[in-house]
Design a protein around this ligand. Structure first.
Ligand SMILES: NC(=O)c1ccc[n+]([C@@H]2O[C@H](COP(=O)([O-])OP(=O)(O)OC[C@H]3O[C@@H](n4cnc5c(N)ncnc54)[C@H](O)[C@@H]3O)[C@@H](O)[C@H]2O)c1
Length: 326
């Protein structure tokens, strides 16, 4: 078994991708410590694992609280001889236009998706450095690679996690510690199911494989970075998203491929503009997509006005349709 005698910490292991990862690792022989703010879910995971004879232990962890991170790390160090792997899998998101985000939501997004991973990594690193070995896998998102409408600060946090991965990989190479990153696309978990139907359908259509991922498929990629097959790989970012990013590079006829000339780009923008002016159904669809999520009447009105035909004097650089990526 690939993970025999290894100890791995998985945050966010009470649900979705983290849970699938914890079970996959335990079935490969690892002792897994799941840390999660959801104590009911975490205990249920541990009980389910015990029923299958798997070694998954649950420890409470709130990544927004520095004190619980320190407590969690200390408990792991007391219970395990060393930590061989860390999966920073916990995450949180809510789709909402940036203009409507309450600032408290930014703090929450950054604390959970970025700072929590940074703090926990720092707390668990000394034992890896002392052992001169270890594998860290950060679960980011394709949103952190290409941006995502309605997930602006989430994407900022996930982009930060990618940059953290790359820099940390450089710093830790001398201790033989690998640091890599997995970027899921839309995945069938409670986090994704909480999004509006319209958004889920649009995302599924945008994926070349025309289906969202199962948590197990993301867990397999995380497992690859924790196992022996990736010993010579560090600082890398792997999208596991059914080809979503290929599509993101050229999602529609209205968006010019990056290798086109500036003149061709302008022509494509003008075609989009013409469509907006001459095709009421297309304009209505754009308004629903772009302005629909705005609940503030004034912002909604400004958004609709921005999609009027010929309102501004220079439109050739109008942005092509935006997309939520996750
Ligand atoms: N599901 C998707 O479509 C998708 C897409 C891209 C990236 N991701 C990322 O994958 C990871 C796993 O997400 P998921 O889809 O399995 O979601 P999920 O909601 O099923 O699981 C996330 C887990 O993180 C835990 N968590 C939230 N806040 C926490 C906190 N403050 N402290 C500790 N734990 C906390 C939750 O309790 C939950 O168990 C996240 O980092 C997410 O951003 C998910």
């Amino acid at each position: 078994m690939e993970m025999q005698d290894r100890t791995v910490v998985v945050t966010g292991g009470a649900s979705g991708i983290g849970k699938a990862t914890a079970f996959l690792l335990a079935r490969e022989g690892a002792l897994v410590f799941v840390g999660d703010v959801d104590e009911t879910g975490g205990r249920a995971v541990a009980a389910e694992a015990a029923g299958e004879g798997l070694a998954i232990e649950f420890l409470p962890l709130d990544l927004t609280q520095t004190a619980t991170i320190a407590e969690f790390a200390a408990t792991v160090h007391r219970r395990a001889e060393r930590v061989d792997g860390l999966v920073n899998g916990a995450g949180w998101d809510r789709i909402q236009p940036f203009l409507e985000n309450p600032p408290e939501m930014w703090d929450q997004l950054i604390q959970i998706n970025l700072m929590g991973a940074i703090r926990l990594t720092r707390a668990l690193l000394p034992s890896m450095v002392a052992a001169q070995q270890g594998k860290i896998v950060n679960v980011s998102s394709d949103a952190g690679r290409v941006g995502s409408t309605g997930e602006t600060v989430y994407a900022a946090a996930k982009g930060g996690l990618i940059a953290f991965t790359k820099s940390l990989a450089r710093e830790l190479a001398r201790y033989h510690i690998n640091v890599n990153c997995v970027c899921p696309g839309p995945t069938d978990t409670p986090l994704f199911q909480r999004q509006p139907d319209r958004m889920r359908e649009a995302l599924t259509r945008a994926i070349p494989f025309r289906r969202i991922a199962q948590p197990q498929e993301i867990a397999e990629a995380v497992m690859f970075f924790l196992g022996r097959r990736s010993d010579y790989i560090t600082g890398q970012v792997l999208s596991v998203s059914g080809g979503l990013l290929i599509a993101a590079a050229a999602p529609s006829a209205a968006q010019a491929p990056t290798n086109q000339s500036a003149e061709q780009n302008v022509r494509a923008s003008q075609q989009y503009e013409n469509l907006l002016c001459t095709n009421p159904a297309f304009r209505a669809k754009r308004i629903a997509q772009e302005c629909g999520p705005l609940t503030d009447p004034q912002l909604h009105q400004s958004c609709v006005a921005s999609l009027q035909c010929g309102v501004t004097h220079h439109r050739s650089n109008r942005a092509p349709p935006s997309e939520t990526i996750r």
